[in-house]
Write a protein that binds this ligand. Structure first.
Ligand code: NAD
Length: 471
């Protein structure tokens, strides 16, 4: 398959182009290098109609067969990982190794779902009555994904939606449409026509999907602001929603943490993917006893980290993915500078493209923008604390509640702190780890509903109880 051109949508088992197109920009250069279809209203209608027509047959397909096709999809993705990885770096910016890791995660998620099974509950109602509750699919799912993990977060939706017996219309971000168009083309050889549709378009396409009466559910990953708009639009006809939204994750480093051992891992948890991760460490609380040592070590790592074009050998971190986000992060750093905060910069970055130097902010006030807002870029506030109750309160003082981390040599003490954090996921002495068999759920304004695990699968289903006389 040609991964370098002919980017077409998959609608009803057919590869289709559109009349209008959107430019796809390589963030390492700032120049457009490809065009993706800009789906028309009529094409969206056709995709939804195709998914609707395919639904009864797919729903009736035995789950063992749906599982088999997901396993085959994993194999196909794995066989094409190198080509997808290269394309990924061009459109998303992340260096090739990290791009390949993302495809690997997609493969792992498909495989994990190929052995998942929704539960069946039986209750003896007495007086010769039995009740059997099964979970049944919803219908056509509209899936909307962001640009920071464009493959991974799309497959997080495709795998459970299809396993559950739904059909799907997926829309990746206009900033990163290409990999999922090609993956749609690849998987089209496996699934019956209409089961998996992939469409792309400009900023207007998402609202058209959330308003479309043909969808039974919208599964959305993106910012909290957009998530609220999705929920509002979906409320008109009570579409189900799963919303995986923003975060401003706190990591707490207790005084007994071994600075030399953990600094590099903390750095990775904050800056991998140029810090464009919903679950990245975005506020780092360091105990005052080790604050200076940890700050100096992080600055040393930042200065040794090579930021550049992800397609070049030896690059550790790539650019910011798109101009809009580049301008947002640059403005946040300028605001911190103008407020007189102390900024500690990492290595120099290329002038061309959407590059921002790694920036550590030395103990800014708790109410500064760089602490309160989700930066979603390589700027990290380092914050000093002395008292556990105080730091837990500061960590929890956020409208977000996605994930958090605690670093300590004393696991029991760290667990006690972890359980006090108001977030859906907490790591002790690690970060960024998620699994297909463990629920991932944002608390507060970080989301609604669950992805991953049986709980995530059941978000694509609805219970149906059948009462019947026992034999
Ligand atoms: P975004 O909200 O701008 O866009 C996400 C997707 O929604 C894109 O496909 C976009 O085209 C579409 N969209 C835009 N406006 C829409 C509307 N009105 N209706 C329907 N769809 C619309 O987010 P982004 O900038 O692509 O991603 C970054 C954000 O995503 C960050 O806040 C990050 O924390 C969050 N995120 C969350 C998770 C998670 O699992 N919780 C994972 C990754 C990213």
């Amino acid at each position: 398959m040609d991964f370098d051109s002919a980017y077409r949508m998959t609608i009803n088992g057919t590869l289709v182009d559109s009349e209008a197109h959107i430019d796809v920009v390589n963030p390492a250069t700032g120049a457009a290098f490809a065009k993706a279809p800009n789906c028309s209203v009529e094409q969206l209608d056709r995709a939804v109609a195709a998914a609707k027509a395919a639904f009864p047959g797919w729903r009736a397909t035995p789950i063992a067969e749906r599982q088999r096709l997901l396993a085959a999809a994993a194999d196909l993705l794995e066989a094409n990982a190198a080509d997808i990885g290269r394309l990924f770096t061009r459109e998303q910016g992340r260096p090739v190794e990290g791009a390949m890791a993302e495809v690997g995660i997609g493969v792992a998620w498909l495989r994990a779902h190929s052995v998942m099974q929704p539960p069946v509950h039986r209750v003896d109602g007495g007086d010769g009555q039995m009740i059997e509750t099964q979970y049944v699919p919803l219908g056509v799912v509209g899936a909307i994904s962001p640009w920071n993990f464009p493959v991974n977060l799309s497959i997080w939706k495709i795998a459970p939606a299809l396993l559950a017996g739904n059909t799907i219309v997926l829309k990746p971000s206009p900033f990163t449409p290409l990999c999922m168009l090609k993956i749609g083309e690849l998987l089209n050889s496996l699934f019956p026509a209409g089961v998996l549709n992939v469409i792309t378009g400009d900023d207007g396409l998402g609202p058209l999907m959330t308003a479309h009466p043909g969808f039974a559910k919208i599964s959305f990953t993106g910012s909290t602001a957009t998530g609220k708009r999705v929920m509002e639009a979906a409320s008109k006809d009570l579409k189900r929603v799963t919303l995986e939204l923003g975060g401003n994750d706190a990591a707490i480093v207790l005084p007994d943490a071994n600075v030399d051992e953990v600094a590099a891992r903390i750095f990775y948890g904050a800056f991998f993917n140029s810090a464009q991760i919903c679950i990245a460490t975005k506020r780092l609380y360091i105990h005052e006893d080790i604050y200076d040592r940890m700050r100096d070590k992080l600055v040393e790592i930042a200065r040794a980290t090579k930021v550049g074009d992800g397609s070049e050998q030896g690059t550790d971190l790539g650019p910011i993915q798109n101009r809009r986000q580049f301008e947002r992060v640059t403005e946040l750093i300028e605001n911190a500078r103008a407020s007189g905060l102390v900024l500690l910069e990492g290595s120099a970055v290329p002038e061309q493209g959407y590059f921002v130097p790694i920036t550590l902010v030395d103990n800014p006030p708790e109410d500064s923008r760089v602490v309160r807002e989700e930066a979603f870029g390589p700027v990290l506030p380092l914050l000093k604390f002395g008292d556990i109750d105080d730091v837990v309160a500061r960590a929890n003082d956020s409208e977000y509640g996605l994930a958090g981390a605690v670093w300590s040599s004393d696991i029991e003490q760290a667990k006690a702190v972890a359980r006090r954090l108001e977030t859906g996921t907490v790591w002790i002495n690690s970060n960024l780890m998620l699994r297909p068999d463990v629920p991932f759920a944002g608390h507060k304004q970080s989301g609604l509903g669950v992805e991953n695990g049986i709980e995530g699968l059941l978000e694509y289903m609805v219970p149906q109880a059948v009462y019947f006389p026992a034999a």
